[in-house]
Design a protein around this ligand. Structure first.
Ligand SMILES: [Zn+2]
Length: 256
């Protein structure tokens, strides 16, 4: 037994060093996508990281996303964003291993596409479900605006704002298509979708959609901003619980 202990200690030490090395390497790559992409193309305030030739339709969708972002109270015209494409680099795979299987991820100053994009038809697809691409870019870039405005320590996950506030606002910024503008009609769409077999998914007019949980977050933020005329910063500071706001919103809806 006496011999096993030093051996075990050495093992633990080696594993710790290897573990720390791998974590440092991962952090280095996550913060520097240029390490694992063949190309970087600058467009407007975006640095696009890609392996294959850029589809010009992507630039159209980036312009669309920018138009949506400009209307946000958090917008910063000087903020430069990295757009990391899912076209052969290991980068989206690493991000997926860290944060899970998403259509895309936005953090710090980076937007990482993870699903299969169709730039021309403006959607990104996973297992047959489609998300509007320009709106997804705007959603993820809004997370970057949150970090930019509030700083890493006052942003989620560290700040632990309720998810409906942290995810509802990017949806609010992004969902500005004609069929998405009217809150009452959006509530009606939710009520109708909940009556059918929906698999947790709700469709918009362009046949893209979103998960119903996010849709509900979006409605609450839309109610607070459009009807109650609150700013996003006011919503973050407000102590009203999700359920309270939902009841209030539904009372407003029934009163129409
Ligand atoms: Zn999000």
């Amino acid at each position: 037994m006496e011999q096993v202990k030093p051996q075990l200690k050495k093992w633990t030490f080696n594993l710790t060093v290897t573990g720390l090395f791998i974590v440092a390497l991962l952090v280095g790559i996550v913060l520097n996508p240029s390490l694992v992409y063949a190309n970087k193309t600058t467009y407007d305030n975006f640095a696009i990281f890609h392996n294959k030739a850029i589809d010009s339709a992507l630039l159209v969708q980036l312009d669309e996303a920018n138009k949506l972002l400009e209307k946000s109270e958090l917008y910063n015209p000087k903020l430069k964003l990295d757009i990391c494409l899912n076209d052969g680099s290991i980068y989206p795979f690493i991000i997926r291993k860290i944060v899970g299987d998403n259509f895309a991820t936005g953090f710090y100053d980076k937007v990482v596409l993870q699903g299969n994009p169709d730039y021309k038809n403006n959607y990104i697809e996973i297992r047959g479900y489609k998300w509007n691409l320009a709106q997804l870019l705007a959603h993820e870039a809004t997370h970057c605006l949150q970090y930019d405005k509030m700083g890493l320590w006052k942003s989620n996950p560290i700040a632990q704002y309720p998810t409906w506030k942290w995810e509802g606002y990017p949806e609010y910024v992004a969902r500005q298509n004609p069929d998405q503008k009217d809150l009452a009609k959006n509530i009606e769409r939710l009520i109708n979708t909940e009556q059918i077999n929906n698999n947790g998914w709700i469709y918009f007019a362009d046949s893209t959609g979103t998960v119903i949980t996010y849709y509900k977050y979006w409605l609450l933020i839309k109610y607070e901003m459009d009807i109650k005329k609150m700013t996003y910063i006011q919503i973050l500071k407000d102590t009203a619980q999700e359920e309270t706001v939902r009841k209030e919103m539904m009372n407003w809806y029934k009163s129409l």
